[in-house]
Design a protein around this ligand. Sequence first.
Ligand code: AQP
Length: 328
Amino acid sequence: MAERILTGIKPTGQLTLGNYIGVLKHLPKEVDRGECFYFIADLHALTLPIDPEVLRQNSIDLACFYMAAGLDTSKVTLFLQSSVSAHAEMNAIMQNYLYMGELSRMTQFKDKSAKMKESAIGLGLFAYPVLMASDIILYDASIVPVGEDQKQHVELTRDLVNRFNNRYGDILTMPKPEMRKVGARIMSLSDPSKKMSKSDPKGDIFLKDDLAVIRKKIMSAVTDSGSEVKYDVENKPGISNLLTIYASLKDISIEEAEEEFVGYRYGDFKKAVADVVVNELEAFQKKYREILESKAYEKVLVEGAKKANEVANKTLNRVKKAVGLLSL
Ligand code: AQP
């Protein structure tokens, strides 16, 4: 069987440059390596309060963003998580094989719940990694492209697969998280100690931002003391983040990017970074608008759901049989 590649993005807010550089930009090329399943993780988006209309709009936007990144939709299966009920069924089974202790150690849960009152923390937020593991398992995915923050959840899925297979035989496929060498963690432009994140918009560049606004945001990004453009995350986190953005969009190494800016002042360096970002997002935004207006995403999502259901139901039946659930 060809390798299966799976990744999902939550429609929790407007996508950021972090989501783009960490994952989205690289997805079209994956078709050369295997069979690709990409989805809109709308069930995951319910783990924090979200307005229904906003969720609907974000989901449509996300479908358009996936397509605008250049996916060949005749080769990639693009679908809404909620269109495939096997995700919820697999979740109901797998929640019995992951433990409270493990889930409470997840960094993302700790970070997100730390900002909330205990009485407002939903079970879904706590059990988020169970659903994510179910997503991965259902498609027998061996490669899971993610940003750095999701690596821990894929590692937990690996533990689950080991545990399950030790008990029931060789039923589940072992997944592997795959991160970019450059750009797996893009930081906020206003506070480079924090990840650029959809749900924490301070210092974010949004993929839908006006190009002039993007330029302005980069020109006013926090920099560091000194004047040399050098990659040094500890002492120059702001400059290092901008170098990472530049290198990943130009598809070059950090060292190559550093060489380009020897002798540059911060202002000129920022202008070069802004040019690259604006250039990349200008074409991307144009495609996004065309897809949104033509509603080309509708047919793609309907067909994607058909294919995803076929594949997911096969795995679900295999798992049901393994654990002793009757299918009459
Ligand atoms: N700053 C980032 N740099 C690189 N990669 C990133 N990703 C997210 N932020 C960065 C990667 O994008 C993919 C989709 O993310 P997600 O929607 O599943 O949720 P997330 O990881 O929780 O991302 P956000 O933007 O921080 O969303 P919210 O604020 O809703 O939680 C993932 O592969 C992620 O690693």
